[in-house]
Design a protein around this ligand. Structure first.
Ligand code: UDP
Length: 360
């Protein structure tokens, strides 16, 4: 049986990998070995997803975290190379744009192992973002580039990928499969709406964790000022990322919104289904808002998911308090139809078929 090694390490990667692992298992034609780099390690940032989403237990757990970008990426490359020497896979699969993504891709490519990049072609065109650096470099050394959107395909074309001997395919966004599959189970699995005493359509779901916001006190306080203002009219519930929690503690900021620990995927889906709107700097959450027919206020200066903005489902507002509040008011009145298809169907299966072709 052919073998792939999947390298993952961060929360959004667990959610995406859950989809593909299930498809791989069902076909029973490819063996998957999972390597967890340990980039996210708290129980509620990692273990909960493996448990809830039935992701196979990683064969290797590298426990590499709490380091600078360079040290972390370097150490990951060293350790992944050792594993690839043992496992000798036919391909290595990475997701998204984290240090685990670039480390896995680089280790494999130097050993002539084929690299599959899921979520290829996304661009923010902001080279200050660590994620943008990771995704551009990973794309360039990948053999199969699995794009989530036509925009991502166009980005690669623009960068001259058409002339490279690589496979570039628009498979759709794997997150859509995750939302579709796990949403069917979430109401039974999570009681968060009841536990938090939330009323359907009467609260806002917010998450903030991007380095560009957490590491800039002016931006962070401006965003929280808007959230506090909104919280006076509708509860704002914010599952807090460890990075944001540490920064708020460092500056002794105690925002007057409902801050809760990070939640598992079932609870997140229940919050998404029942909220009135989403305010976030997360990549994944922007689309999950759309899949749940909710508007999304993007507290960043750009987005990789431009089709959401072009269709009027989401708005990029930066960190300006007034603009966030104006957009909140504007979306409160909105009656937009969310039924447009933007992210494909049967994405896990599409990706599986391409990987199968690549290694057979
Ligand atoms: N998420 C979750 N629990 C939380 C916060 C987020 O399950 O407490 C999920 C969210 O629904 C999405 C993913 O984690 O699927 C997004 O991860 P994150 O925002 O950390 O990363 P990004 O998508 O920005 O790369």
């Amino acid at each position: 049986m052919k073998k792939i090694v999947t390298v993952l390490g961060a929360r959004p990667q667990f959610i995406k990998a859950a989809v593909l692992s299930r498809v791989i298992k069902a076909h029973n034609t490819i063996e998957e070995v999972i390597v967890h780099t340990g980039q996210h390690f708290d129980t509620n940032m990692s273990e909960v997803f493996f448990d809830e989403m039935m992701i196979p237990i990683p064969t290797y757990n590298l426990d590499i975290n709490r380091m600078s970008h360079g040290a972390m990426t370097g150490k990951m490359i060293v350790e992944i190379e050792k594993i690839l020497n043992i496992e000798k896979p036919d391909a290595l699969v990475v997701y998204g744009d984290t240090n685990s993504t670039i480390a896995g891709a680089l280790a494999a490519k130097k050993m002539q192992i084929k690299v599959v990049h899921i979520e290829a072609g996304l661009r923010s065109f902001n080279m200050k973002m660590p994620e943008e650096i990771n995704r551009i470099l990973t794309d360039r050394i990948s053999d199969l580039l699995s794009c989530p959107t036509q925009t991502a395909m166009n980005n690669l074309k623009q960068e001259g990928f058409d002339s490279l001997p690589v496979l570039i395919e628009n498979h759709g966004d794997i997150m859509k499969d995750a939302v579709t599959y796990y949403s069917k189970l979430s109401a039974k699995k999570s009681s968060i709406i009841k536990d938090q005493k939330l009323e359907s359509n009467r609260f806002v779901l917010a998450t903030i964790h991007r380095q560009e916001n957490t590491d800039d006190l002016k931006k962070l306080t401006a965003i929280f000022a808007a959230l506090e203002e909104i919280h006076k009219t509708q509860p704002v519930i914010l599952p807090i990322h460890p990075r944001t929690k540490a920064i708020l503690k460092k500056w002794s900021i105690q925002p007057k919104v409902t801050i809760i620990d990070p939640v598992g995927y079932y609870s997140m889906l229940e919050l998404l289904k029942n909220c009135s709107m989403v305010i976030t700097d997360s990549g994944g959450l922007q689309k999950e808002a759309f899949f749940n027919s909710k508007h999304c206020i993007i507290v960043r200066d750009e987005t990789e998911w431009t089709e959401l903005v072009n269709h009027g489902f989401a708005k990029v507002v930066g960190s300006n308090t007034k603009t966030i509040l104006e957009t909140f008011q504007f979306y409160k009145e909105s009656k937009i139809d969310f039924s447009t298809e933007l992210y494909g169907n049967n994405i896990g299966e599409n990706i599986y078929q391409s990987i199968y072709q690549l290694i057979h």
